[in-house]
Design a protein around this ligand. Structure first.
Ligand code: SF4
Length: 312
């Protein structure tokens, strides 16, 4: 069957096929918070990058279907060399992950040989392989603080997350790479002010990939996992979230009482939205697309990821 054959099936038919293939293949579906609602609904586990990376170390399955972008599926493949890891759309890359290459890091290490390289998980396997440790948006400060204060740090690739971690850790010996996530970086202070005037009682929470002025004007700065937890624990509040709209859909779906609004309707990650139900059905039935990381890269990247998972 070609993709267009799957696309002609109804949602119910697709879900039936997905469930059948999932059971037959002993597969699990892991999905990021930014996935479409239809994908969230069929996922066995939903979460942010750190939650998904941890989950990937514990899944009892032969096949992992990763509904997210390529770097996330690579992490699952690196942590599960004996399992089949599939991504339903091979083009689902992350522009931020492409923002710093392994060669960029090698050059920086030559310039600053005593510095530790802390790499955001939103990076390629090759970039992780030349890094000392990875971090996510929910543990960047803890990862940085796991090194002695005098150790210089090179932080790649997101400059806004780097600036946040720098402020929170109180260290100025951190070199930030100059890339960003187009979804969060284009949220503006005007978006925040408009949301505030529309919902004056709202708690404003933004992602650390947002620009500095947006972070500074927010009530809280949380990863998507932190935003979800806040909404779950404050269901009587009005909340405005400065992040991708998939998370807002998830919160509305799970906690209908919460009044949650996006800071901007434009905050859509088109890369995440490339994953669709027809593609998930095809992925499970036709083993597409297998995520394979070369062994020498995987081994070194795994050390950097495991180093992060050990940080409390
Ligand atoms: S939201 Fe940003 S960081 Fe996340 S996958 Fe999309 S482009 Fe990459």
């Amino acid at each position: 069957m070609e993709l267009w054959d799957y696309a002609r099936l109804s949602e119910d038919e697709l879900i039936l096929r997905i469930n059948k293939a999932r059971a037959e293949r002993n597969a699990v579906i892991l999905a990021h918070n930014y996935q479409r609602l239809q994908i969230q609904d069929i996922a066995d586990f939903l979460g942010d990058s750190l939650q998904l990376a941890k989950k990937a170390t514990r899944v009892d399955a032969d096949v992992i279907v990763f509904c997210g972008v390529m770097f996330m599926a690579e992490v699952a493949a690196i942590l599960n060399p004996d399992k089949t890891v599939l991504i339903p759309e091979i083009q689902a890359g992350c522009p931020l992950a492409a923002g710093a290459t392994a060669e960029d890091i090698i050059q920086l290490k030559r310039k600053y040989p005593d510095f530790v390289v802390v790499t955001y998980v939103n990076s390629t396997a090759e970039t992780k392989a030349v890094s000392d440790i990875t971090c996510t948006s929910s543990n960047s400060v803890e990862v940085i603080n796991s090194f002695p204060p005098h150790r210089g740090i090179i932080f790649v690739p997101d400059k806004n997350l780097c600036r946040y971690a720098k402020l929170q850790s109180g260290r100025d010996n951190i070199i930030c790479w100059d890339s960003n996530c187009y979804v969060h970086d284009r949220l503006t202070i005007q978006d925040l002010k408009q949301a505030k005037s529309k919902y004056p009682d709202a708690t404003i929470i933004v992602h650390p990939e947002c620009p500095p002025d947006v972070q500074d004007a927010a009530d809280f700065i949380f990863s998507t996992g932190g935003m979800y937890k806040y909404a779950k624990e404050h269901q009587d509040e009005t909340i405005v979230l400065g992040t991708e709209i998939g998370l807002i859909e998830r919160i509305r779906n799970e906690f209908p009482k919460v009044k949650v609004y996006p800071m901007s309707e434009k905050a859509i990650c088109s890369n995440m939205k490339l994953i669709t139900l027809p593609k998930v059905a095809r992925s499970l039935e036709q083993n597409m697309y297998k995520v394979e990381v070369p062994e020498n890269v995987a081994q070194r990247a795994k050390m950097a990821i495991e180093q992060m998972l050990e940080v409390k």
